[in-house]
Design a protein around this ligand. Structure first.
Ligand SMILES: *[C@@H]1O[C@H](CO)[C@@H](O)[C@H](O)[C@H]1NC(C)=O
Ligand SMILES: *[C@@H]1O[C@H](CO)[C@@H](O)[C@H](O)[C@H]1NC(C)=O
Ligand SMILES: *[C@@H]1O[C@H](CO)[C@@H](O)[C@H](O)[C@H]1NC(C)=O
Ligand SMILES: *[C@@H]1O[C@H](CO)[C@@H](O)[C@H](O)[C@H]1NC(C)=O
Ligand SMILES: *[C@@H]1O[C@H](CO)[C@@H](O)[C@H](O)[C@H]1NC(C)=O
Length: 183
């Protein structure tokens, strides 16, 4: 459970989503930001969009045409906004859609052309920033279980959500995802 140190403050706070800890969150929402994946060796690679499948990838060059990748900019709410909808925009300014975990694609993280945080049964799921770190609200449980999973292309990793670490293949490693506003 290597993420315990990160998740503990979140778990401790989820009991009281409210004004008490708003003051502890130093940074708020971010507009037109880049998302970076930080691996265990502290190298940060940008997260880009796969033109073939609408899923997200981690690669040193976010505009790797050979791998059908393109850079994307993000509007990232803060957990204090209680919005939970992260939206992506292509470099040409076209809106791409919102961020989702895709169970039908082995829990890859992808973009779909609609925005939804509340299901019919009232459960809320979605993404937002805790300080500058991207977290997932799983019906009030804040989690950060992002992994980089190797692909057929050298140096290109798929951004996936891992519910059970025992099911992870080799060549995968956990990442922390952070937003960084371009200045
Ligand atoms: C978003 O950031 C990119 C890169 O810095 C810039 O080219 C683009 O104009 C920005 N878009 C908006 C809407 O601010
Ligand atoms: C470490 O960084 C290199 C790129 O500098 C990357 O290829 C490698 O997958 C990373 N490994 C881990 C465990 O983060
Ligand atoms: C994302 O788009 C949805 C639908 O337009 C909107 O309700 C939501 O506020 C947007 N999120 C951010 C962070 O701007
Ligand atoms: C903007 O770029 C995206 C991704 O490359 C593409 O799908 C879309 O058609 C482009 N939109 C326009 C208006 O060129
Ligand atoms: C959300 O929480 C439920 C209940 O703990 C769990 O079964 C489910 O796998 C979680 N979803 C994700 C995407 O982690």
């Amino acid at each position: 459970m290597r993420w315990m140190s990160i998740l503990c403050p979140l778990v401790a706070m989820q009991a009281g989503i409210g004004a008490a800890w708003v003051t502890h969150v130093k940074r708020g929402s971010e507009q037109n930001a880049t998302l970076y994946a930080y691996g265990a060796n502290a190298s940060a690679w940008p997260i880009s969009y796969g033109l073939r499948d609408g899923l997200l990838y981690i690669a040193e060059n976010p505009d790797n045409n050979a791998a059908d990748l393109t850079a994307m900019y993000w509007d990232l709410p803060s957990i204090t906004d209680e919005c939970w909808i992260v939206n992506g925009t292509f470099v040409n300014g076209t809106h791409a859609g919102s961020l989702y975990i895709r169970p039908e694609n082995d829990n890859s993280i992808g973009v779909l052309p609609f925005a939804k945080a509340t299901a019919i049964d009232g459960t809320v799921t979605g993404f937002a920033l805790f300080a500058s770190q991207l977290v997932y609200n799983n019906n009030t449980q804040l989690e950060a279980q992002f992994w980089a999973s190797s692909t057929d292309t050298d140096g290109v990793y798929a951004l996936v959500w891992v519910e059970d670490e025992r099911e992870i293949g080799s060549g995968s490693f956990p990442v922390v995802v952070k937003g960084s506003e371009s200045s």
